[in-house]
Design a protein around this ligand. Structure first.
Ligand code: F6P
Length: 335
């Protein structure tokens, strides 16, 4: 994580119009970030073009001016009003050249990309190949980006998953069953760990760790001996074999009735909780000021209560580890 680069990007002098897009998996709070970009820009006398369908729409020229009234009543809405996509065409030089041309044709001086590290990769290539200033805003439920304590959408996803875990606990305890619950997180266990602690789980599996299944079988057997009426095991989707693999092994190893529940995309929807709306509002504002200050090629993030800038490439080259204290806490509290 670094301070803003002191040198002004040469293409940002006298910037009058910026563009904003959402890319990759949607995350609750993306609309709040778009709204913050549009309204901060309006406050400063800049125009904003909204790009529909992420980089897919950009290379096809799907740009439209959006003003403060166009983002009214969106702060509380999940999903993204700009639509999102994962674009194969953007991975080609031709796709990026076409997107750059559309930005130039529309007089856009800088692009704000709300998404994850894959999206930031695409943004960096646009800057390197075509000199278009870019700023990233971290928007993904996975919270797996270096350079920010939290990503937009993460808090809401944890609440959604936790609500499901609480409900599954009711039915699991009534039937004295083991429930193995899979939460999202392709490469990261942030959601899984938070949900495990907040949901009082007996065990948690995350991609960052290689836990022997035998240990878990023993833990589940012990929990029955201790008189527990049901056990919850949380598995991040990136764990090899996923929840189904863990569930099958527990059923075979303990002989106890086991059910597997994969929460899936439900975790990406719904109204953003206040923490996501506030984070998105601050980062949307910060992204506009970064461009106005002549900064490019960074992601705006929040560390503590400070806004920080991190070079885009560090967001995928460096790793944000899970909170190991939470891991230890989860273990202790499941005695
Ligand atoms: O956005 C991140 C994420 O939700 C991951 O947790 C998950 O693995 C992936 O997106 C799912 O992507 P898709 O919506 O393309 O199936």
């Amino acid at each position: 994580m670094t301070e803003p680069t002191p040198t002004r990007h040469p293409n940002l002098a006298g910037i009058q119009r910026v563009a904003v897009l959402t890319s990759g998996g949607d995350a609750p709070g993306m609309n709040a970030a778009i709204r913050a970009v549009v309204r901060t820009a309006a406050f400063e006398g800049l125009e904003v073009m909204g790009v529909r369908r992420g980089f897919s729409g950009l290379h096809r020229g799907e740009l439209k001016l959006i003003g403060p009234r166009d983002v009214a009543n969106t702060i509380q809405r999940g999903g993204t009003i700009l639509l999102t996509a994962r674009s194969a065409t953007w991975r080609t030089p031709e796709g990026r050249a076409s997107g750059a041309q559309h930005l130039r044709d529309n007089g856009v001086g800088g692009l704000i990309v709300i998404g994850g590290d894959g999206s930031f990769h695409g943004a960096q290539l646009l800057e390197q190949e075509h000199g278009i200033p870019v700023i990233g805003i971290p928007g993904t439920i996975d919270n797996d980006l270096y350079g920010t304590d939290h990503t937009i959408g993460y808090f809401t996803a944890v609440e959604t998953a936790l609500d499901a875990v609480d409900k599954l606990r009711d039915t699991g305890a009534s039937h004295e069953r083991i429930f193995v619950i899979e939460v999202m997180g392709r490469h990261a266990g942030h959601i899984a760990l938070d949900v495990a602690v907040a949901g009082g789980a007996e065990e948690v599996f995350i991609p960052e760790d290689d836990k022997p299944i035998g240990d878990v079988i023993q833990i589940v057997k012990d929990s029955v001996k201790k008189g527990k009426t049901g056990s919850i095991v949380i598995v991040a989707e990136g764990v090899p074999g996923g929840a189904q693999g863990v569930g099958d092994a527990i059923q075979a190893g303990t002989g106890l009735e086991t059910r597997v529940s994969i929460l899936g995309h439900i975790q990406r929807g719904g109204a953003p909780v206040s923490s996501d709306r506030i984070l998105a509002s601050r980062l949307g504002e910060a992204a506009v000021y970064a461009l106005m200050d002549g900064v490019s090629g960074v992601m705006v993030g929040r560390h503590g209560s400070n806004i920080i800038h991190t070079p885009l490439h560090e967001t995928w080259e460096k790793r944000k580890d899970v909170n190991r204290d939470l891991y230890r806490c989860a273990k202790k509290l499941s005695v």
